[in-house]
Design a binder for this molecule. Structure first.
Ligand code: GDD
Ligand code: MN
Length: 362
């Protein structure tokens, strides 16, 4: 029997799950016609070594170890491009996806009744019981709703990480895939032209066996940025939008400090504005470093301090313009709130232009 199905298992710390999962795949598909491609992102638990040990004894197993890179979606894409099998599947390596569905998914695509078979937790007959908690289940449903709304993809589970399609279909779509985060299926469905005919297979999403989930707030945040980019990204780039949002929050900090010092503590307006400006600047640096420039994030106390000093320095001109504008207007009898806001607008323009370039090098 010749090779028909390449099963990609993206792994990050899944050492103890691999042998049992491969045994379950064999139970489901029989001894021949398939291969497993483990795509490991240099897991600290030694998943890649363990996979190679399995592969030496079993010619149906192959290993792709990546260094200095992370990401479920890109691992899945590269794994699917690394097999000669005419059909490719991706599934989680932690036993949450039942290999028993593989045969029916394969046969449906092979028979041409659909272009892609998707295992769905939310299709009738499926279940999301294996999600770790209610918060995760709510989040998952919300992400699905958002994804459906924005991409127009009509699917009960566009976030599923378990699907099967022809390798050539994947290769045709591959150049347009972003490879960011967890949303590989969503990207595939939104990118493929002509659109893929989908068939869903109800999946009872099981509990993970060993190890823990890697879907954290950072992954969730990237997902939202990805959706934003798809809808408004061409009008206002997400980085600029984030900088603006952080800036708006900084305005709140600025005003809060100003109210506290000027209105409540009775300090002079100029001094209060100087302090408010510095408070907002520090807050903005911190949040921009975490969100806007998360891909170039400064880490470690020395780098952060240097970055903060650099941020303040590049903003110094802006801050000066801010203070000058605000005090000038306020001195001329302009209402203090309006004076402060005008100063902030002038200062922000400088902040974005200079800090992007000189603090984070973007
Ligand atoms: N190579 C690689 N690199 N693999 C990764 C990475 C990574 O950066 N992050 C996660 N994985 C692997 C895990 O080792 C696991 O085999 C699979 O991808 C799924 O990761 P989990 O960390 O177990 O995700 P989950 O169970 O919380 O998320 C499930 O639900 C999501 C939607 O709600 C999965 O089914 C996801 O595929 C799905 O998008
Ligand atoms: Mn999982």
């Amino acid at each position: 029997m010749s090779l028909s199905l390449g099963i990609v298992l993206p792994t990050r710390n899944e050492r103890d799950n691999l042998p049992t999962l491969i045994a379950r795949i064999e139970d489901a598909l029989g001894p021949e016609g398939w291969e497993v491609i483990v795509v490991d992102d240099d897991s600290p638990d030694g998943t890649a070594d363990a996979a190679r040990a399995l592969a030496r004894a079993d010619g149906r197993i192959r290993v792709l170890q990546r260094f200095g890179r992370r990401g479920l979606a890109s691992a899945a894409i590269e794994g699917m491009c690394a097999t000669a099998a005419p059909f490719v599947a991706v599934m989680d390596a932690d036993h949450q996806h039942d290999p028993a569905l593989l045969a029916a998914m394969h046969d449906a695509v092979a028979a041409g009744t659909c272009d892609i078979a998707v295992a769905s937790r939310f299709a009738p007959g499926g279940s999301a019981a294996g999600l770790p908690n209610e918060r995760r289940e709510k989040g998952s449903r919300l992400a699905n709703r958002l994804a459906r709304h924005i991409t127009g993809v009509e699917l009960t589970d566009p976030m599923s990480g378990y699907f099967l399609l022809r390798a050539e279909t994947l290769r045709a779509a591959a150049p347009g895939l972003s490879g960011i985060g967890f949303k590989i299926l969503l990207d595939l469905l939104a990118t493929a032209d002509p659109p893929l005919r989908v068939r869903e297979f109800p999946l009872a999403f099981a509990e993970r066996r060993a190890g823990e989930s890697k879907l954290d707030t950072a992954v969730a945040f990237e997902f939202l940025v990805g959706l934003y980019d798809r809808s408004f990204g061409r009008v206002v780039p997400s980085r600029f939008a984030l900088f603006g949002t952080v800036g708006a929050l900084g305005v709140a900090v600025h005003m809060a400090v100003l109210v506290a010092l000027y209105r409540l503590a009775g300090e002079g307006f100029a001094l209060a504005t100087v302090i408010a400006t510095f408070a907002a600047m520090t807050f903005n640096f911190w949040l921009n470093n975490r969100l806007t420039y998360r891909d170039a994030r400064l880490k470690g106390i020395a780098a952060v301090l240097r970055g903060w000093a650099g941020f303040c320095a590049t903003c110094a001109v802006g801050a000066l313009a801010n203070v000058a504008t605000a005090t000038l207007l306020q001195g001329r009898g302009v209402y203090w709130v309006v004076a402060a806001l005008a100063g902030i607008v002038i200062g922000s323009v400088w902040n974005y232009a200079l800090s992007s370039r000189f603090v984070w090098g973007r």
